[in-house]
Ligand binder design. Structure first.
Ligand code: ZN
Length: 449
């Protein structure tokens, strides 16, 4: 037995009582992780799939080494070792709500700002910016290129003006578009270095695959609340992003965090690291982050470094790649949105629910409507958890309980039922026809709207 420390990433701390590290005694990695999830059961489904295997979007390191290249979960531990759990993070906008509305923002946000400032000040010849977003008041806390009078203007227009003030010799190319599988190769082909400052999985995988196909370096950065990551992916000389994480996590399994929850200075630090790496790549100088993942914890003010290896089985840069052209990344990341269509076995009618209640077998009633609707009418003893809050509050629910989800008509609750099932809730059902049908059939005195 060896006393070891397990470092918990920011994204998973809410499942371990907000601890940033947990001490365990264990012989090997499996014992250590078993001990961890035995003590913090909520963490279990974030680390393990139903078949008991570690999820493939969670990488585990012992000291600096990825256990996939050591002895996997049989990797022996020694006194004082540090185990790091490193899930893939998208940058903070990975919520159920984003998934339902498929909202995506691209580059000229948090990380794009320091990149634009330092690269133009350094005098890069040509700077391309891909973005289609408009400046919002809530951006100003971290996007310090923009001021209050810029609110409502396009980010790329303001960025172009600012670059001209910093260094009029820089040729700024603005691409006012969402980067897609159709346009990515054409846009990125003309540049020597690609810098990924996006905040969502579809664009992250798109940029990765496009840069592998174009044989260009991809300077990676991502942020989540108080934690940042940076690396340089360059398949010609080292691993790519897919070597780390072949697939993204299923939507909802990575905890969400509104972008407003990002510490404002964090993108400044991570974006500056990316700018530094880009300049080194352009100059061919120094040791870049190729093959290294830099993990920065702003709260503890610690940098850690993990070794990245090229995965020979990588689907895009491995020895037998299966991805040879750009694919549909929204579909790949499961962002088409959970369907409203719920299988028959996961439906419950108003009559059946009434029978259960009368028999004293009350399930947990989950009301996913808005507070204004809740004020009009609700089922007795229901819990109010509006759709947008479900991903963040899912820990208030237990997989052991029988749960009936309802909304007004059964559509929103159908999506939430499917969403919860994906998260491992086996005993969840959707109330057919919602509270409206309940009022019609069971409680005629209930106000309808
Ligand atoms: Zn790869």
């Amino acid at each position: 037995m060896a006393a070891v420390k397990i470092v918990i990433p920011t994204a998973l701390r809410q499942y371990v009582g907000n601890l940033d590290a947990v001490e365990v005694d264990a012989k090997n990695v499996k014992e250590a992780l078993d001990d961890l999830v035995d003590r913090f059961d909520l963490l279990r489904r974030h680390l393990y799939a139903d078949d008991g295997d570690l999820r493939n979007f969670v990488n585990v390191y012992v000291n600096e080494e990825d256990i996939r290249y050591l002895g996997k979960d049989a990797t022996p531990l020694h006194e004082g070792d540090t185990i790091s759990i490193v899930p893939s993070i998208a940058g903070g906008s990975f919520s159920l709500m984003d998934r339902l509305v498929a909202k995506r923002k691209d580059v000229a946000g948090g990380l794009g700002v320091p990149l634009t400032q330092y690269l133009s000040a350094a005098g890069v010849g040509r700077l391309g910016i891909v973005d289609f977003d408009v400046i919002d008041e809530t951006n100003l806390q971290r996007q310090v290129l923009y001021g209050t009078k810029d609110v409502g203007r396009k980010k790329i227009d303001v960025a172009k003006e600012r670059v001209a003030q910093i260094n009029p010799n820089v040729d700024v190319q603005t691409h006012e578009t969402r980067l897609t599988s159709e346009n990515a190769l054409d846009i990125l082909r003309d540049y020597d270095v690609v810098i990924d400052g996006t905040d969502n999985f579809p664009t992250r995988y798109l940029v990765n695959d496009a840069t592998v196909l174009l044989k260009k370096p991809n300077v990676y950065g991502s942020i989540f609340r108080f934690e940042g990551q940076a690396s340089v992916f360059f398949a010609a000389k080292g691993p790519c992003y897919r070597c780390l994480y072949a697939e993204p996590p299923p939507p909802g399994l990575v905890p969400s965090c509104a972008e407003g929850g990002v510490l404002g200075v964090l993108p400044g630090i991570v974006g500056s690291i990316q700018a530094c790496e880009a300049i080194k790549l352009l100059l061919g100088k120094g040791d870049t982050l190729i093959g290294r993942l830099l993990v920065f914890d702003a709260l503890r003010m610690k940098f850690r470094e993990l070794k990245l290896r090229k995965n020979p089985e990588c689907p895009v840069c491995g020895t037998n790649p299966t991805i040879k052209e750009l694919i549909d990344y929204e579909e790949f990341c499961g962002l088409r949105g959970p369907s409203e269509q719920v299988g028959e076995e996961f439906q419950i009618s108003a009559d059946q629910l009434k029978e259960k209640l009368d028999a004293g077998q009350a399930p947990v009633l989950l009301d996913v409507r808005e507070p204004t609707e809740w004020e009009i009418a609700r089922l007795d003893k229901a819990i109010l958890m509006p759709v947008a809050q479900v991903a963040a509050r899912v820990n208030e629910l237990s997989t052991a309980d029988e749960i009936v989800v309802y909304c007004k008509t059964g559509a929103r609750s159908g999506r939430i039922t499917n969403f919860l099932r994906e998260l491992g809730f086996r005993k969840v059902k959707n109330l057919i026809g919602g509270i409206d049908e309940w009022a019609e059939k069971i409680e005629p005195e209930m106000p309808r709207y």
